[in-house]
Design a protein around this ligand. Structure first.
Ligand SMILES: Nc1nc2c(c(=O)[nH]1)N[C@H]1C(S)=C(S)[C@@H](COP(=O)(O)O)O[C@H]1N2
Ligand SMILES: [Mo]
Length: 203
């Protein structure tokens, strides 16, 4: 009978100890990479693409695509967790750390609001996107990030539910008071820590 149960079946139903430890509560492991978008996939040509940091800082910062590519990049391997309950382990990204983008910024801001082509927004505490915890990623699995997954560039904040990882991101607005973004306004949790299962407001 043992041979009847396939490896995949068994590991999906009964995660081994290491998997169980890496899987936040209520999540299941998938090898797929589902696409979740609230609207159509925007197409922005790289010749008009830019990335900016605006809001509560003395001088806004702006990079063209070429300037952005010339910044120091990091390759990171991270587990990601979607609020719809799939998790994916060991995803490999290359991008620019928010530590680099925000280096030396003098600001009274406590939070940022990421803004995107297509109008999506999401908010994050500044203290949670520095110290090697957030990137603007432009490759996935060694290839340019596919448009449906946020290409040319998306935010990557793997320690929070994946809706905080804004696709088609074009910049960060530094704000002195927290301001909920798209899903946060629609009843999802403001903070979104998968380990505390912060899915919806009140969780
Ligand atoms: N601009 C934008 N970013 C977005 C979204 C979106 O609809 N628009 N969806 C979010 C949600 S809910 C999730 S789970 C992830 C999904 O990313 P994926 O489609 O690459 O899996 O993107 C997040 N970033
Ligand atoms: Mo999501």
């Amino acid at each position: 009978m043992g041979g009847f149960v396939s490896r995949g079946f068994r590991s999906r139903r009964r995660p081994d100890a290491e998997t169980a430890e890496r899987l936040p509560p209520g999540q299941y492991l998938t090898r797929d990479f589902p696409v979740l978008s609230a609207g159509p996939t925007p197409r922005t040509s790289l010749s008009t693409w830019d990335f900016s940091v605006v809001g509560a800082l003395p001088e806004p910062r702006r990079w063209t695509w070429d300037e952005f590519q010339a910044l120091p990049t990091e390759t990171v391997t991270k587990d990601i967790h979607c609020v719809t309950k799939w998790s994916k382990f060991d995803t490999v990204w290359e991008g620019v750390s928010l530590d680099t983008l925000l280096a030396g910024v003098e600001t009274d801001a406590t939070h940022l609001v990421a803004f995107c082509d297509g109008g999506y927004t999401t908010n994050l505490p500044l203290a949670e996107v520095t110290g090697g915890r957030a990137w603007v990623a432009f490759t996935f699995d060694g290839a340019p990030l596919a448009p449906e997954h946020g290409g040319p560039a998306r935010l990557l904040v793997p320690h929070l539910y994946f809706w905080k990882s804004a696709k088609w991101v074009r910049g960060l607005e530094l704000v002195e008071r927290d301001r909920p973004g798209f899903w946060e306004t629609l009843g999802y949790h403001n903070h979104a820590d998968p380990w505390r299962e912060q899915r919806y407001q009140g969780d």
